[in-house]
Structures are given as C-alpha cells and as structure tokens.
Design a protein around this ligand. Structure first.
Ligand SMILES: Cc1cc2nc3c(=O)[nH]c(=O)nc-3n(C[C@H](O)[C@H](O)[C@H](O)COP(=O)(O)O)c2cc1C
Length: 323
C-alpha cells in the first residue's frame, strides 16, 4: 500500500510537511496545496519559496496546479518541471466558492466539453507527467459516468478520487459505491481519498477495494499525526513527539516574520484538531482559543506539554501486517 498526504491549503505547507516527515511515519508522496495559475507570471515569490527543492526534506513531492486555461497550466507546469519535479497534479476537486466562481477545481467538472479540450491541450504539451485529483462532479454523483469516459482517454499517471460532489463540500459521506462501479474501467492506477480518520476506516476501505494500492489522507493526519504509523506498523502514540512537533511548528511560524496575532492564529489552528487526541487535551481548548498574547500562550502550552510528558506513550492495538 502507498500512502499520500493530501494537499490542504493553508495547512500542509512546507513547514508542516517537513516537520511531519522528520517526526512521524513518512508518507510515500506529499502533494502541495494548489498553485493558482496567473497569466502574468509563472510562479510568485511565495510559491517559488514553497517549491524550491532545497527547501524540502528528502521526500517525493508533487506540486499541484489549479487552472482552467490549458496555456496557463502548461506554462506553470513546465516552469515547475524545470525546478526538478517530474510530476504535476491537476486540481479538479476544490469546492471553495472563490475557486468555483471562476469555473476551476470541482466547478470545471460540470463543463465537460471545455474540460475535454483543456485535458487534450495539457496532455499534449506539458513536459512533466500529470496526475489528476477529482471529485465525482458538481451537483450529482452520476456526472461521474461521463467524466470516467473523459478521463479514460488521457495518459495520467494516476487518478485520485475524493468521492463527493462539489455541493457536498465536506458534508455527507464519500460515495464509494460509485467508485466501485467505475473502477475497473480506468487503465491507470486509482488512489482513494476521503474520510480515513482511523485505522478501522482504512481497513474497511482496503477490504472493499482489494485491487487498489494507494490511499490519500488529509484531515485524518491533522487530527492524528500518528495515524500512518498506527495503520502500517501498529506503532504506539508517543506523545512526547507532540512537544517536538509543536516546537518546530511554533519556531517556523515565528520565523516567517508574522505578527503576534498571526502567529497565535496559526498555532490555534495547529492545536484545535489535535486536542481531542491528547489525554485531557480538550480541557485546554477554550483557553487556547481565547489566548490573546504569546506570553499567555507560552505558559498555557508549557502546562499542556508538561502533562503530556507525564503521559509518555500510549500503546495502541498490536501491529497490522504490512499492507
Ligand atoms: C482546509 C482544506 C484545504 C484543502 N486544500 C486543498 C488543495 O489545496 N488542493 C486539493 O486538491 N484539495 C484540497 N483539499 C481537499 C483535500 O485534499 C482532501 O481531498 C479532502 O480533505 C478529503 O480527504 P480527507 O477526508 O482525508 O481530508 C482541502 C481540504 C481542506 C479541508
């Protein structure tokens, strides 16, 4: 089984990816949050910083592009390829209103003729290999029958499917029935993505799709960075790692020369999903959310980390066989 880290815009930046990769069970592939194409520049300064190979730890990284104009995609993809990346991922999944309003991400799925022309253009003229990350459609999962016909025509290295439609946003449950139905038609590997939050979620999916050999996880990792270690090796949760994880994320966030308020906001976003995992963590939730100075934050987190230190490792169930 191959494990991929999902792109999470605003979360899985290089600081997060590098820190995770150093401390926890590494992923086989990491996908960057989307780079939005711009007719005037290949990449802006921040995107270059995020993508420069020397700014990444030793890991397989796939940059992702959001576009609906073939020329813009090709220009940006070829510039990223020159930096040393052999694969680019196309975002056809983003449900956000800002993105959808310009018919990009999952909104593009509804414009199948334009999408077909776009795919024809990019698969003809892009130098790096292309993988695609998609939802099932915009309004109705049945849109995926036609999209399947369309995707099959193109030589993508893999198709990552998050089986929701745009209007689901993150509500409802992934429609695995549709994936099961169309899966045999794809001539390239398919990667499953969506709602893997526990080892048991993973096992259920693995049982249902015995021929699939790759999964992508996003929110499950933000809530539980030990999850891949638990799935692959039955590793225990070494809570002392949370302290190192926090130290590196906090330092990196402060180094990005942000204001006190920005640093606090980022660190609140770091803790909120993690607290339910941590013994007694939720009792810190309100205090962290209402913290207004770094001095108060430092004292609060020191207290939290001291009590975590006392907890050490929590054993989980015995190891699963390597899948
Ligand atoms: C905050 C947030 C940001 C996201 N940003 C991106 C993105 O930049 N590109 C993308 O393809 N998907 C993005 N996604 C979707 C995830 O990659 C993933 O497909 C989705 O969360 C379902 O997987 P999960 O249930 O494992 O989280 C984002 C999701 C969230 C919650």
């Amino acid at each position: 089984m191959r494990y991929y880290l999902a792109p999470l815009d605003g979360i899985t930046n290089r600081l997060y990816r590098n820190t995770y990769h150093r401390l926890f069970e590494p992923f086989d592939k990491y996908f960057t949050p989307f780079v939005s194409t711009d007719p005037n520049v290949d990449l802006n300064r921040n995107e270059i910083e995020e993508l420069l190979p020397e700014n990444q730890l030793d890991q397989t990284l796939v940059p992702q592009i959001l576009a609906n104009d073939a020329g813009e995609f090709i220009k940006t993809a070829n510039a990223i390829h020159k930096m040393g990346y052999p694969e680019i991922n196309l975002n056809l999944g983003c449900p956000s209103k800002a993105v959808a309003s310009r018919n990009r991400g999952s909104s593009f799925l509804f414009h199948t003729e334009a999408l077909d022309r776009f795919l024809d253009g990019i698969f003809t003229h892009t130098r790096p290999k292309i993988s695609v990350k998609t939802r099932l459609g915009k309004y109705d999962p049945n849109e995926f029958y036609h999209l399947t016909e369309l995707f099959k025509k193109y030589p993508m290295v893999e198709l990552i499917i998050h089986p929701r439609v745009q209007k689901d946003y993150y509500n409802n449950t992934p429609n695995w029935d549709m994936v099961e139905e169309v899966l045999p038609q794809f001539p390239f590997p398919v990667c499953l993505n969506g709602d893997i939050f526990t080892r048991s979620d993973f096992e259920t999916l693995k049982k249902r799709f015995p021929t699939v050999d790759r999964v992508m996880l996003g929110r499950g990792i933000i809530k539980n960075p030990f999850l891949i270690g638990e799935i692959k090796k039955g590793l225990s949760y070494d809570f002392t790692k949370i302290s190192r994880f926090h130290t590196e994320m906090y330092q990196g966030t402060k180094d990005a020369a942000r204001t006190e308020t920005k640093v606090l906001n980022v660190m609140k976003g770091f803790w909120t999903p993690l607290l339910p995992l941590i013994p007694n963590g939720l009792s810190y939730d309100r205090a962290i959310k209402t913290c207004s100075t770094l001095q108060a934050y430092d004292a609060l987190i020191q207290d939290l980390l001291d009590q975590l230190e006392a907890h050490g490792s929590l054993k989980t169930e015995s190891a699963l066989p390597d899948l």
